[in-house]
Design a protein around this ligand. Structure first.
Ligand code: FAD
Length: 451
């Protein structure tokens, strides 16, 4: 009987242990199920759906090149896989491990009807396997990274299969175009198309380009005008390349790449956190923050989402996000901190917006970084450390970045652009005053602490 390869966020042929194991057993049925029910509130957002469409199209082309094809189904994963079993007689499912709580539930459901084999390979090391001396998982990034680093480099990536045996009968497949994953009108994805090539082929090109310049990463990664980070995050999120492949290419390129590898370590760390705290994406790890006087302020939330806060660096970031589905990490921190502290809006509102608009929206990474910024997480910046956007902006030389994303300010000098004395026509005045917002946040924190 054929084996099913159940693809989720692992849309690649190379270094794909599930595909390799299934191919060794005989005929293979590669399947992607679009399941909008199982993840409940974490149904894939609009930007991710755009990415998914193109990534699936690429994977199908690649599979056809090696004598196979991609079967598309829509519905609850375990029900669709069970239907494929009836159509084809498949009894075995191979998949890679995923750690989002809903995927772990779905795996239990699939294991009731199939021999389910889960393989590693979407993280540098299996997230549950990096343990402290006393045998428990880490909660804090730095000791986690030190322990993970000791186990590196990862096993060398395996090559992609050169052919796959087809089953006697193919199960029914949906038509990708019928899933409506890409916007019709209004077409908000033109900036996405300019910026990205989803799929394994685009991922490899991006990696090759980055590996050649990874040596500059440590010095320039915090400068949003400098476009020197890898932009591999959506490719890694959708598993279009394995982190072992990234590690190997970057390490082989030589130079000082330790800082970059440490950032890749954050991706693994986020999984360790969500294994221990499955609800990290929707609950404060420090429960005291439940009682902070968070504001329900729709007007300010909208201004933040639309990049109209009057703080140029925040607005540039939020507009970059809307236009391309991605935002520079330093600016993500500034914009997130602004929402939580200057506007005193619960981080979960920001998490929701990022979930819908990021092409790299990732349950673990998004939640861990939001809770880190907000001060509510297990390993966090302190709430009372309030980032000053108007200081951060010149410090990280963001003038050209602001010019690119906030054209109303493009004519201003490098000195004035971070904080225009008089906002030019068409650009909003600041929606909150920095000093007053800071004082309000500190007072709210103080009240929370002292009841
Ligand atoms: P590079 O700097 O080139 O880093 C290489 C890779 O390492 C990235 O592609 C990513 O996979 C990983 N990485 C780097 N920094 C982090 C980090 N802090 N946490 C986890 N992984 C990291 N990243 C996501 O992938 N998905 C998210 O949903 C997400 N949400 C975020 C929300 C907030 C509020 C903040 C502050 C950060 C968030 N990040 C998220 C982390 C980080 O901003 C992005 O991973 C990074 O900007 C992606 O760009 P890059 O690929 O050029 O990264």
């Amino acid at each position: 009987a054929p084996s099913i390869v159940w693809l989720r966020r692992d849309l690649r042929l190379a270094d794909q242990a599930a595909l390799l194991a299934a191919a060794q057993e005989g005929p293979v049925i590669p399947v992607y199920v679009l399941d909008d029910e199982t993840p409940r509130n974490f149904r894939m957002g609009a930007a991710s759906r755009w990415w998914l469409h193109h990534s699936l199209a690429c994977l199908d082309r690649q599979l056809r090149g090696i004598g196979s094809r991609l079967i598309l189904r829509r519905g609850k994963c375990h029900e669709e896989l069970a239907a494929i079993r009836r159509e084809t007689g498949a009894r075995t499912v191979h998949a890679l491990h995923h750690y989002e709580p809903w995927w772990r539930n779905a795996e239990s459901a699939v294991a009731k009807t199939f021999r389910l084999h889960l393989h590693d390979g979407n993280y540098l090391a299996p997230p549950g396997s990096i343990l402290t001396g006393s045998g428990s998982p880490y909660k804090i990034y730095t000791p986690f990274w030190n322990a993970l680093r000791e186990r590196m480099p990862p096993a060398p990536p395996t090559p992609e299969p050169t052919s796959l045996e087809a089953p006697e009968v193919w199960p029914r497949s949906d038509n990708l175009e019928d899933w409506g994953l890409i916007p019709a009108t209004p077409d908000w994805a033109s900036g996405f198309r300019e910026e990205w090539t989803p799929g394994e082929v685009g991922a490899c090109e991006r990696l090759q380009d980055f590996a050649g310049r990874a040596g500059g990463y440590a010095n320039f990664r915090n400068l949003p005008s400098d476009d020197c980070t890898s932009r591999l995050s959506p490719h890694l999120h959708f598993g279009e390349m394995s982190p072992a492949t990234v590690w190997q290419s970057v390490a082989d390129a030589g130079g000082s790449v330790e800082v970059f590898l440490g950032e890749l370590g954050w991706r693994d760390y986020a999984q360790t956190v969500i294994i221990q705290f499955p609800e990290y994406g929707s609950r404060n790890a420090r429960e005291a923050y439940d009682s902070l006087n968070w504001q329900t302020d729709r007007v300010s939330l909208l201004a933040w989402q639309q990049g109209r806060t009057g703080y140029p660096i925040v607005d540039a970031g939020m507009r970059e996000l809307w236009h391309t589905g991605w935002m520079h990490n330093r600016v993500r921190m500034i914009a997130a901190s602004f929402l939580v502290k200057h506007l005193l809006i619960d981080w979960r509102e920001g998490e929701r917006w990022f979930w819908d608009t990021l092409v790299d929206a990732d349950y673990g990474s998004n939640a861990v970084n939001w809770q880190w910024t907000a001060g509510t997480g297990v390993d966090s910046n302190m709430f009372v450390r309030i980032m000053a956007p108007l200081t951060q902006s010149p410090k990280f030389d963001a003038a050209d970045y602001i010019r690119r994303w906030v054209p109303e300010l493009a004519h201003l000098s490098d000195r004035d652009i971070h904080d225009p004395a008089v906002p030019p026509t068409g650009y909003p005045a600041k929606i909150v005053d920095h000093a007053a917002a800071r004082a309000r946040a500190l007072a709210a924190h103080d009240r929370m602490k002292h009841g």
